[in-house]
Design a protein around this ligand. Structure first.
Ligand code: SF4
Length: 416
């Protein structure tokens, strides 16, 4: 049984805070994830990683990421979770050695040969069992523990009751998904994309074929008519935002956010919301009151509608999107703050999406509360007045009445 809390000065306090683990598809996202509160970030190397589409990192990128993470006391995990074919064997040993020398904390592994190799080389690297192996029970976890694995990333199909039993029975680090996209099929076992588009989902090439639109036939008769909504098998996204306290109390070691393909704004928004939620709960767990603030924050990024995944039991049809994609962020990312002049109240910004004079912007930050202002003064790089910002990545100036900080982000408040 893991000791999660103890009484200190008459008050129960959490002494085992979970790691908040965020995804990153490139260096910018890695840095943003850490600045917005991630304790660790997982990235894909260019070699031996599954997500071939997810802007994978070169060794130089990983090295820069590790150095940046160290400044914040954070850690970098690298996915080496390819299912090895015979022609993938060459070069693994050297690659693991390089990751170890760079100072990567952990590799995430699916192939037993890489597990064996990493341990037999006596490296400092932790070896984490990838979710690709669909580990769902305590006996399987004990098996990996006996092999010397440092952590098991559970399959998304583990319910809360099963997780509770697992946490009572095993003595190895456990990583559990708290937020992100779900597969309609069993995670890591889907062949739909391979079959329909010849892109191998289990080697990182999934074309998300489940989310395509389909005509439905029964006995050779078309079931969905022209004016019906198109049929798709897309799952809603999982969010356990209302169950974070229960998961902390179980002593789960790491909370994983999914989405290496997601935008920098998505990562900042999601990491920031969970960071604040975890910290708030741990500060005073018995006084913590559940509320919808954090869910509303999460909805400001591009998510599909939320569901609980397998938390309660197998998802029902309520957890599926049978037709449209249903992505409705309540706000749109429009700027990243580069600098702020407290005398003139002018912020230098990097434009990310269209906005104009008169729009309401909400600035959010890892360092201060959200603040909302109306765009009254917008200047181009030569400090000449303009009315619209419509060139992505352009450097502009916006008057913001209150102090903001570099790397804060601004999102346009959608008028309902
Ligand atoms: S096709 Fe859909 S269910 Fe299959 S792996 Fe891709 S996202 Fe998952």
């Amino acid at each position: 049984m893991r000791k999660v809390s103890q009484i200190i000065n008459g008050k129960r306090q959490i002494i085992k805070k979970p790691e908040l683990l965020a995804p990153a598809g490139n260096l910018e996202k890695l840095k943003v994830a850490i600045m917005y509160g991630a304790d660790a970030v997982f990235v894909g190397g260019k070699e031996f990683s599954l997500r071939s589409q997810a802007s994978n990192f070169s060794l130089e990128d990983i090295q820069e990421g590790v150095a940046f993470a160290k400044e914040y006391g954070a850690h970098i995990h690298v996915t080496c979770n390819i299912i090895l074919h015979q022609d993938n064997l060459k070069g693994i040993q050297e690659y693991l050695k390089q990751l170890d020398e760079i100072g990567v904390t952990a590799i995430i592994v699916a192939d037993p040969y890489i597990m064996f190799l990493a341990k037999s080389m006596n490296l400092n690297l932790e070896v984490h069992v990838s979710t690709q192996l669909s580990t769902l029970n305590s006996q399987a976890i004990s098996f990996y523990q006996d092999m010397g694995m440092d952590r098991v990333v559970l399959g998304r199909e583990v319910t809360y009751d099963d997780l509770k039993a697992i946490m009572n029975q095993v003595d190895v680090d456990i990583e559990y998904f708290i937020h992100g996209a779900m597969c309609i099929h069993y995670s890591g076992r889907c062949m739909l994309s391979n079959y329909l588009s010849r892109r191998d989902a289990n080697r990182g090439g999934c074309s998300q074929s489940c989310r395509w639109y389909y005509d439905l036939y029964q006995d050779r008769e078309l079931v969905n008519q022209e004016d019906d909504m198109p049929f798709s098998m897309s799952s809603k996204d999982m969010s356990l935002v209302h169950h974070i306290g229960e998961l902390i109390e179980l002593g789960v070691d790491s909370f994983k956010i999914e989405g290496r393909m997601k935008s920098v704004h998505y990562i900042a928004t999601v990491v920031s919301a969970y960071r604040k939620l975890i910290d708030s709960y741990c500060e005073d767990p018995d006084a913590f009151k559940q509320n919808d603030y954090y869910e509303k924050e999460l909805q400001k990024a591009a998510n599909r509608a939320f569901c609980h995944g397998f938390f309660y039991d197998h998802p029902t049809q309520d957890e599926q999107l049978f037709n449209l994609r249903d992505e409705h962020p309540t706000q749109e990312f429009v700027m990243r703050i580069m600098d702020y002049d407290e005398k003139t109240h002018l912020a230098q910004i990097e434009q990310r999406n269209y906005f104009k004079v008169g729009d309401q912007i909400e600035v959010f930050s890892p360092h201060h509360e959200n603040l909302v202002f109306k765009v009254e003064k917008l200047l181009n790089e030569d400090k000449e007045r303009i009315e619209v910002a419509n060139h992505p990545m352009e450097l502009l100036y916006v008057e913001i009445p209150e102090k903001v900080l570099p790397n804060d982000m601004g999102r346009k408040v959608k008028q309902s």
